[in-house]
Write a protein that binds this ligand. Structure first.
Ligand SMILES: Cc1cc2nc3c(=O)[nH]c(=O)nc-3n(C[C@H](O)[C@H](O)[C@H](O)COP(=O)(O)OP(=O)(O)OC[C@H]3O[C@@H](n4cnc5c(N)ncnc54)[C@H](O)[C@@H]3O)c2cc1C
Length: 380
C-alpha cells in the first residue's frame, strides 16, 4: 500500500492499516519530518479517534465561545471542552505511531504520476532536488497530499475549489481568559467569520477565512489595526470548500486509488475545519480497504459533511441584520442546548437551533432558497 502525503490524514491512514498487518509505505515530498507549526482548534472527538497520540499534541482547552456582531455579544459555555492542538507535534506523534506499527516513512519523494501496471499500480516519485526518479509498484494507493492533490489529478478526479485561511500570531489581550474563543461575524468583510483562539495564557491566533487571498490579508490587517493587535507571525494556506461528496475511490486499470483528508475535500464547510473530518475519512478508507467493501464511517461522514454544507449555504447569504438576530437569539435555552452539542454533530446543532429559535429557520431557509449562494460568493 502506497500512501502519498505524510501529514495528518496520511499518517493516520498508515497507522490504521499497518496495525492490521498491511505493508505500508508513506511517501512525503518534504526532505525532513519538520511540519509547519499551526495552532488548530478541534472538538473532543479527536480524543476518541486518536487516543494517546492526540493527547500529547493538546496545548490548551476551551470552555466557552463568545460571539460578537454589530455591538452585540453572546456566550456559549461548552459542556465538553474544545481542544487546542499544535499541528507539528500532532504530525510527529502520528509519524512515530505509524512507524511503531511497521509503516515505512520515505521522505524527499515527490509524487509525479501513476499508471496501471499488471493487477496494480506503478507510481513515480521525483527524489529530492529532482536528481532522480523512483518507480514503486503497489496494489493500491492513497492520496493524502492535501487540497491541491496531485494523486487526485493523476487519477482523474476534478480539481476542487479552495478558499484562503489566514491567521496571525498575537498576544492574548489583557483580561481575556485563555479558555475562551472569540468569534466576530462581519459579513461586509467575509461570509465566514473572524476568530481569536488562545494557545496559552499569553499567546493567541487571530484569523479569518476569506474569499480572495489579497483581500483576506487586507481585512485581517484592518481588523488588527482597529483593535490594536500587533502580529508577530502569520500562518495560512488554501483550504478546500466542500461543495458535494467526493467519491473516495477510483479504479486505474486493475489498481485502486483512494483519497483522504483535504485531498478528498473532507472539510466541514460551516467552519472550514478539516482535522477531525480528515481523520474520519482516514478511518473510513482504511475500513474500505481492510474489509474490501462499503464503509459505515464513510457513509456517516458524508451525511455529516452534507449537513455542514446545508448550514454554510444558509449562513453564506446572512446580512448584518441576520447575524444580529442570530446573536440576539442565543437566549438562555439555546445557549444551554448549543453548549451540549459539538460542531462535529451538525444534525444535533441544527435540531437545537430550530427548536429554540424557529425564526432562525426562516432566515436560514431564505439563504438556502437563494440560487447556489456558496458558488456565487466564491466567484465574486
Ligand atoms: C492556518 C490554518 C489553520 C487551520 N485551522 C484549523 C483548525 O483550527 N481546525 C481544523 O480542524 N482545521 C484547521 N485547518 C485545516 C486543517 O489544517 C487541514 O484540513 C488539515 O491539516 C488537512 O490535513 P491533510 O493531511 O489532509 O493535508 P495536509 O496537511 O495539507 O498534508 C498534505 C501532505 O502531503 C504532502 N504532499 C503534497 N503534495 C505531495 C506530492 N506531490 N508528493 C508527496 N507529498 C506531497 C505535503 O507536503 C503534506 O505533508 C487549518 C488550516 C490552516 C492552513
Amino acid at each position: 500500500m502506497a500512501i502519498v502525503g505524510g501529514s495528518a490524514a496520511g499518517l493516520f491512514t498508515a497507522s490504521l492499516l499497518a496495525r492490521k498487518g498491511r505493508a505500508v509505505r508513506v511517501f512525503e515530498r518534504a526532505e525532513r519530518l519538520d511540519p509547519v507549526t499551526r495552532t488548530l482548534i478541534v472538538t473532543s472527538r479527536m480524543r476518541r479517534l486518536l487516543g494517546p497520540v492526540g493527547e500529547r499534541a493538546i496545548v490548551n482547552q476551551i470552555n466557552r465561545f463568545e460571539l460578537f456582531t454589530d455591538g452585540r455579544a453572546a456566550m456559549i459555555p461548552l459542556q465538553d471542552p474544545d481542544l487546542i492542538i499544535e499541528r507539528s507535534q500532532l504530525i510527529r506523534g502520528l509519524a512515530r505511531e505509524a512507524q511503531d506499527y511497521g509503516a515505512r516513512l520515505e521522505l524527499g519523494r515527490r509524487f509525479v504520476s501513476l499508471q496501471s501496471k499488471g493487477p496494480g499500480l506503478e507510481l513515480a516519485f521525483e527524489r529530492a532536488g529532482g536528481s532522480s526518479c523512483e518507480h514503486v509498484t503497489a496494489e493500491a494507493a492513497v492520496g493524502a497530499d492535501g487540497a491541491r492533490s496531485s494523486v487526485a489529478r493523476a487519477a482523474g478526479w476534478p480539481q476542487q475549489a479552495t478558499v484562503p485561511l489566514l491567521q496571525a500570531l498575537v498576544d492574548l489581550p489583557d483580561g481575556m481568559p485563555s479558555d475562551s474563543v472569540r468569534v466576530w461575524f462581519l459579513p461586509d468583510d467575509t461570509p465566514y467569520f473572524y476568530w481569536l483562539i488562545p494557545e496559552s495564557d499569553r499567546r493567541a491566533v487571530l484569523g479569518l477565512i476569506g474569499v480572495d487571498g489579497q483581500e483576506t490579508r487586507r481585512c485581517l490587517d484592518r481588523f488588527m489595526e482597529q483593535r490594536h493587535f500587533r502580529p508577530f507571525g502569520y500562518q495560512g494556506a488554501r483550504i478546500p470548500v466542500y461543495s458535494r461528496w467526493v467519491p473516495v475511490e477510483r479504479k486505474v486499470g486493475g489498481g485502486r486509488v483512494f483519497l483522504v483528508g483535504d485531498a478528498a475535500g473532507q472539510v466541514k464547510v460551516s467552519t472550514v475545519g478539516g482535522i477531525v473530518t480528515g481523520f474520519r475519512g482516514a478511518l473510513g478508507v482504511s475500513e474500505a480497504i481492510l474489509q474490501d467493501g462499503p464503509s459505515p464511517e464513510l457513509r456517516a461522514l458524508r451525511r455529516e459533511l452534507d449537513l455542514h454544507l446545508l448550514i454554510r449555504r444558509s449562513l453564506h447569504r446572512f446580512c448584518q441584520a441576520d447575524y444580529s438576530h442570530l446573536v440576539d437569539g442565543i437566549n438562555g435555552a439555546m445557549r444551554r442546548s448549543l453548549g451540549r452539542v459539538s460542531r462535529d454533530e451538525a444534525a444535533r446543532v441544527l435540531w437545537h437551533v430550530c427548536r429554540s429559535q424557529p425564526r432562525l429557520l426562516l432566515t436560514g431557509l431564505r439563504g438556502l432558497l437563494t440560487r447556489n449562494p456558496l458558488a456565487s460568493r466564491e466567484q465574486e
